[in-house]
Design a protein around this ligand. Structure first.
Ligand SMILES: [Mg+2]
Length: 225
């Protein structure tokens, strides 16, 4: 019997792409740079690549923050702006951006009436709590677990062991994880024998990591749980 749901935050409940594009635009304004919509995919590609490397344990989060805007600005031949300074502005705007994914609030309302809900995120702790609060979603959670808080990250089994230490009596066999990342959320669930729901929001193809369930919209999850 399922008692608890672990759910990822970025690109599952909050639309990180929208938040990031808004934050990139605002940061360009801060530095007097002209922003063009076609620039965003360049950031997205570099950022996604770095997060995949983090999930594989190849780099740290601080290395992502130290690297991504230096790389993106170099890609645009913008050499007079310090990438680390830009990162600070970007993070400031990300903190203030909390655009919800379609169906996020109704899903949490539905799930929280039946199960205990825990957020599981590799994002910065205080920032994630602030953004959940800002989007009115924090009220549905029993607790928020981040890699910053626990000192380990998804998909590492130690991340989930640390979560279960804090949830008390709930077992992995009584838990489901919902997330958009095969590498972090689904693999993490498989590592811990937690049932997995992959939110395949971008119509990706399944690789060697096999989720128990796949949905293309958050609304479909109500038919599973
Ligand atoms: Mg995610």
């Amino acid at each position: 019997m399922i008692k608890a749901v672990f759910i990822d935050i970025d690109d599952t409940l909050l639309d990180f792409s929208k938040c990031a594009e808004y934050s990139m635009h605002k940061s360009f304004d801060d530095f007097g740079l002209k922003f063009n919509k076609v620039m965003f995919p360049v950031f997205e590609k570099i950022n996604t690549g770095l997060w995949h490397r983090l999930e594989k344990g190849e780099i740290t989060k601080n290395e992502i923050y130290g690297k991504r805007w230096v790389t993106v600005l170099a890609e645009f031949n913008i050499s007079h702006i310090d990438g680390n300074k830009f990162e600070e502005h970007f993070q400031g705007h990300i903190r203030e951006s909390a655009e919800k994914v379609d169906g996020a609030e109704s899903l949490l309302k539905y799930l929280s009436a039946k199960y205990k809900i825990y957020a599981v995120s590799n994002g910065p702790h205080e920032q994630q709590i602030y953004r959940l609060q800002k989007s009115d979603l924090l009220q549905y959670f029993t607790d928020v677990f981040t890699s910053e808080l626990l000192g380990v990250q998804k998909p590492d089994k130690a991340f989930f062991d640390a979560c279960f230490n804090r949830t008390g009596k709930i077992k992995s066999s009584e838990t489901v994880i919902i997330g958009d990342s095969l590498n972090a959320d689904v693999l993490g669930g498989i590592n811990c024998r937690i049932k997995t729901v992959w939110f395949n929001k971008n119509n990706g193809t399944v690789n060697e990591i096999r989720p128990d369930f796949t949905v293309n919209s958050l609304y479909e999850i109500k038919c599973i749980l």
